[in-house]
Design a protein around this ligand. Structure first.
Ligand SMILES: [Mg+2]
Length: 142
């Protein structure tokens, strides 16, 4: 299925979401590329990052907020994640992870980056890092 409009793209995204990893080909008209199955799910995150930024623009968030107040929102959502983890509430854990991501997307945009760029930057730093597991946490080698 080739989606050439945002409406068609959203319909394709809905089908992918409904099917888990159904082999639906998805055309994102704004980034001019094909994505299939698992890759399509990866690209869903990029498409949604754009949607979140548009959502925030439509609500004037960038005109009336700043990185510091976004950071407060991130901390609130992290607290919600802590609470959900404490009671092993998977739907709330998922909700909190999504909300945290939204706040990070918005803050990245305020600094002139995409969250994907920040992730790529972090990955390039950690990809060859050596270390060991200590008490359930990865401790990097100095
Ligand atoms: Mg929340």
């Amino acid at each position: 299925m080739i989606a050439t409009t945002y409406t068609e793209r959203d319909a394709a995204i809905s089908r992918i979401n409904a099917a888990g990893h159904m082999p639906v080909s998805l055309y994102l008209s704004d980034i001019r590329a094909w994505y299939v199955t698992e890759e399509g799910k990866d690209m869903l995150a990029i498409a949604r990052e754009k949607d979140v930024i548009q959502w925030a623009k439509d609500r004037g968030i960038f005109d009336h907020s700043n990185p510091e107040s976004q950071h407060i929102k991130t901390c609130e959502e992290v607290r919600e994640l802590s609470e959900a983890l404490a009671i092993h509430d998977r739907p709330e854990i998922k909700d909190a992870l999504g909300d945290i991501t939204v706040t990070l997307i918005l803050q990245a945009h305020m600094h002139g980056w995409t969250l994907g760029e920040c992730l790529e930057s972090a990955y390039q730093v950690i990809k060859n890092r050596k270390g060991r597991m200590v008490g359930g946490l990865f401790v990097k080698e100095e």
